[in-house]
Design a protein around this ligand. Structure first.
Ligand SMILES: Cc1cc2nc3c(=O)[nH]c(=O)nc-3n(C[C@H](O)[C@H](O)[C@H](O)COP(=O)(O)OP(=O)(O)OC[C@H]3O[C@@H](n4cnc5c(N)ncnc54)[C@H](O)[C@@H]3O)c2cc1C
Length: 512
């Protein structure tokens, strides 16, 4: 059922079993998982079914760290969430992403990859990724044109990425949610505060407001914050009427360890013989990116990352996202990027590059950023129109991040040379091992992770292995805010798997 909260009486109280805050991929996937159950689920969404610039304004925020996109434009604030703009590139986390790695401070998840693996197939289905096939062998067999650049290499492997249509959750799942008898979707219902009992170990109600000046209360048995990584932290920090630091923040961890994928053009790969490298090119279903095997990551003491290849000529026609994604308005930015991509594709072969179109490739790094306590989301003194302090961001990277990208290029260069296949040209900003600066073209992938990280120790984590906020028995976080490390894979597929795992846990808790 759909209820426009603007039509409710002021100060109305809504009672439910489960209250999900945020209708993006995380919140919608959990709501879908409860359809047909006897429990009543309330799904709160700040805005309606379409973009609304006044509500989007509450995503405004200052950035005090590394250059980043204007915060207002990095997420979408309406039903379907940021899936309205996502690119649909998906990959699974690797086993090493979950492990405690002695060379990466604060690494290690409190769950095994098998526990996520159980929910990947359903997540995969939600984002319409076709056959559940992730091994390069499957794709080599299926597509005769696909050939590996480094077959049987001791250090490098081909990691498969798959491409969603991309699924727009707000369109694809709207009908299912709105027609479900046990789901109540409230649009224009913006969470502003969470109230706890006197002991602070149970959330009793959520305060909800909208721009029409109305306020409501939602009372529920279980509360799930599924508002995106920056918002999850902001909401916990802003719930500070009873506990000055906010909920779950006794150890000053909420908002910390913010992670983004480091995305940057980093080199060129020149082949001796022309090769269309079809396996690595963008196509409709799947492609490979070059990755480093776990034992070599350990030996080199580096983070995980992949290198994607594209024709140098096409890449040279594109501006870095950090340049083209410059407006506060996400709609303008996405239009600018789409136009640039289209133009670059349409004018693929210029005279200058025609002769080496299948020889010269651009190398693009897509790397995890190591957990860094100083990289954080925190509250501003300015507030949005509903009185909640805005979120500010301080994105920080660590020494190991740049070293990792440099070492991977050296390794690929060595392997390419040893096989007599060609040469790698590393970009200038990576050359000097003593220089920790980043190139102007360095940007993130709009992937916000880690602000309410999972762990067993409340001193370094916000939620436990079941995504429950430490010490608050009925408050959970859903989404990539729970990732303790980010891996190099884009986050949505894994955050869906983690959200479905959380949903399953709550079913167990409520004996469903
Ligand atoms: C341009 C772009 C390209 C991307 N490409 C990819 C990609 O190729 N692959 C990939 O894996 N990821 C990609 N992403 C990231 C992907 O969109 C996110 O990982 C995903 O949308 C996160 O889902 P979520 O549900 O956690 O958060 P969101 O999608 O941000 O949804 C949060 C929801 O909560 C609502 N909300 C927020 N605050 C409140 C509140 N106070 N009260 C009530 N509701 C609230 C919001 O309105 C929104 O609907 C991309 C992102 C962008 C911007």
């Amino acid at each position: 059922m759909h209820i426009d909260a603007r039509d409710l009486e002021n100060n109305a109280t809504i009672e439910t079993d489960i209250c999900i805050i945020g209708a993006g991929p995380a919140g919608i996937s959990i709501a879908l998982d409860w359809i047909g159950k006897k429990e009543k689920v309330v799904l709160l969404e700040s805005a309606g079914f379409d973009y609304d610039d006044k509500i989007q304004d509450s995503y405004k925020g200052e950035n005090t760290g590394l250059p980043y996109y204007p915060l207002k434009s990095t997420r979408l604030h309406y039903f379907g969430g940021t899936s309205g703009h996502w690119g649909g590139f998906c990959a699974k986390l690797d086993p090493i992403d979950i492990e405690k790695r002695s060379w990466i401070t604060d690494s290690g998840w409190p769950i095994s990859l098998d526990e996520l693996e159980a929910f990947y197939p359903k997540a995969h289905e939600l984002v319409e990724l076709g056959p559940y096939q992730w091994s390069v062998d499957y794709w080599l067999d299926t597509k005769p044109k696909f050939k590996q650049l480094f077959p049987h290499n001791d250090y490098l492997w081909d990691k498969i990425w798959k491409i969603s249509p991309p699924t727009r959750f707000g369109k694809k799942y709207r009908e299912a949610i709105v027609n479900a008898p046990n789901i109540q979707l409230y649009t224009f219902a913006n969470l502003t505060n969470l109230t706890t009992n006197a002991e602070g170990n149970l959330v009793t109600e959520a305060e909800v407001k909208n721009l029409e000046g109305k306020s409501y209360t939602v009372k529920a048995k279980q509360f799930i914050l599924a508002a995106g990584a920056i918002q999850n932290a902001r909401m916990l920090l802003a719930a500070n009427k009873q506990q000055p630091g906010g909920l779950g923040n006794q150890n000053d961890v909420v908002g910390r360890y913010f992670m983004e994928h480091i995305e940057v053009r980093s080199g060129e790969l020149w082949l001796v013989e022309p090769n269309d490298l079809a396996l690595y090119m963008l196509n409709m279903e799947a492609r490979a990116e070059i990755a480093v095997k776990p034992a070599m990551q350990k030996q080199l003491g580096i983070t995980n990352g992949t290198i994607s290849l594209s024709p140098l000529d096409v890449a040279n026609r594109l501006r870095a996202h950090s340049k083209s994604w410059a407006s506060d308005d996400p709609r303008q930015n996405i239009a600018a990027v789409q136009t640039e991509n289209k133009n670059a594709e349409e004018n693929k072969i210029t005279k200058r590059f025609k002769k080496h179109y299948h020889i010269a490739y651009s190398m693009f790094s897509r790397f995890e950023s190591a957990p860094n306590r100083d990289s954080r989301v925190f509250l501003d003194t300015k507030t949005d129109a509903m009185g909640t302090p805005l979120a500010s961001l301080h994105w920080a990277l660590s020494e190991i991040d740049k070293k990792s990208i440099r070492r991977v290029h050296e390794l690929i260069g060595q392997q390419l040379g040893a096989a007599g296949l060609g040469r790698v040209k590393v970009f200038k900003f990576l050359e000097d091992p003593h220089n920790n600066g980043w190139s102007e073209g360095t940007s993130g992938g709009w992937h916000h992770m880690g602000t309410t990280r999972m762990g067993t120790d409340p001193k370094t984590s916000v939620v436990d292995a079941n995504c429950q906020v430490h010490g608050i028995s009925n408050l959970f976080c859903a989404g990539s805010s729970c990732f303790p490390t980010s891996g190099a894979a884009n986050p949505t597929l894994s955050l869906l798997a983690l959200s479905l795992r959380l949903s399953n846990y709550i079913k167990g808790k409520m004996s469903v």
